[in-house]
Design a protein around this ligand. Structure first.
Ligand code: HEC
Ligand code: HEC
Length: 309
């Protein structure tokens, strides 16, 4: 609040309070009736007379007590313009104090986990409980409440890891984030026909029904353009985050059109860095994520959500 506004508020407050006090005393003042009866002596329309009924005393004192209380209140708490009050209380300070207490309590709990390896936290019910809560707060938006992901957002409940499922890799994924770089290949493959043939070859890597003639046509190009990242049998490469192409798990969908899209224009999935959560929390979340990765069943993404590109 600027100085001008502060003065304005103070003056306005004083006028209101002093004005109310004046009004109170002006009206509470009991005039001795000149007529000797209970009226003020005012007469209207010849016979209408006004009774002299001052405010009840208790009400008057209550009102004065309120004003005294409010004066005391603004003396110790902020409220009178921008004056801080003698207690130095601020809502900001109160929030900071609450956060400090909360942080301290959390640190005590995390201290217990910090001495244990992440692999051990996987079997620690308390760590798992906290991990689930942290996951719910920070990760469900993208990976789903059940951690089964969605198109473009990997399923974390299967054992198929794009960037590695050991503790160090999972921590790194959460801490630093991951940016997958799969360029588009339409031009390099000689247009849509070349991509279509490559789709058939990619399907053949996981033993799906495919067109053998087109697949054979695309194989030399795969060996030239794709092996470096996806491996000669489609086994992928954890260091590059290039997924397996020889299993039924598809990040962007396994239908012909989805594979076509992946190859033709590329994919650039982005897992944002969460380093700001701090090492303690990241270790606990990582342990929870690792505990979820048990399903060997392929999960085929259903809803077509916008993921990657
Ligand atoms: C520079 C490394 C690199 C090269 C070369 C590369 N890819 Fe990829 N590919 C990736 C990465 C990384 C991803 C994962 C993209 C993501 O997560 O957003 C990927 C994803 C894919 C996917 C989607 C997989 C899924 O689960 O949905 C397909 C299909 C694919 N690549 C096929 C190919 C083909 C065919 C070629 C050769 C023409 C090729 N890639 C060349 C790195 C590469
Ligand atoms: C803004 C969306 C978003 C949020 C929030 C997010 N992720 Fe991710 N995450 C992704 C995407 C997209 C990928 C896939 C990146 C790629 O294409 O390679 C990913 C990949 C991962 C992977 C790698 C999976 C594998 O197979 O290697 C892990 C593990 C993971 N996320 C865990 C988490 C955890 C834990 C959190 C919460 C702290 C989280 N993510 C929050 C989008 C998100």
């Amino acid at each position: 609040m600027s100085f001008g506004w502060s003065v304005f508020v103070i003056v306005l407050t004083l006028i209101t309070v002093l004005g109310s006090l004046w009004l109170l005393f002006a009206t509470a003042h009991v005039e001795k009736s000149k007529t000797g009866d209970e009226t003020t002596g005012h007469v209207w329309d010849g016979d209408l007379r006004e009774y002299n009924k001052p405010l009840p005393r208790w009400w008057l004192w209550l009102f004065i007590a309120t004003i005294v209380f409010s004066a005391g209140y603004v003396a110790v708490f902020p409220g009178f313009g921008s004056l801080p009050g003698t207690f130095g209380w601020t809502s900001d300070g109160e929030l900071r104090e609450e956060l400090r207490v909360h942080e301290e309590r959390a640190r005590a709990i995390f201290a217990e986990f910090a001495t244990q390896p992440i692999e051990a936290l996987v079997n620690n019910p308390r760590a798992q409980q906290m991990g689930r809560n942290l996951y719910a707060t920070h990760c469900t938006g993208c990976h789903g409440a059940d951690a089964r992901g969605n198109r473009g957002f990997p399923n974390l409940t299967d054992t198929d890891w794009q960037w590695g499922g050991d503790a160090a890799s999972v921590v790194k994924t959460i801490n630093e984030g991951r940016i997958a770089a799969m360029p588009g290949w339409r031009d390099a493959l000689g247009g849509d026909a070349g991509v279509t043939a490559m789709v058939e070859y990619v399907k053949s890597l996981s033993n799906r029904s495919h067109n053998p003639r087109l697949a054979a046509e695309a194989k030399p190009k795969y060996d030239m353009l794709c092996v470096a990242c996806h491996g000669s049998k489609g086994e992928g490469n954890i260091a590059l985050g290039s997924p397996h192409l020889n299993d039924p798990v598809w990040l962007y969908g396994g239908e012909t059109e989805a594979i076509f899209q992946s190859i033709a224009v590329g994919r650039n999935g982005n897992m944002p860095a969460h380093g700001w959560l701090g090492e303690d929390r990241i270790r606990v979340i990582a342990s929870w994520v690792m505990a979820q990765a048990v399903s060997t069943e392929p999960v085929v993404p259903t809803a077509a959500a916008a993921g990657g590109n």
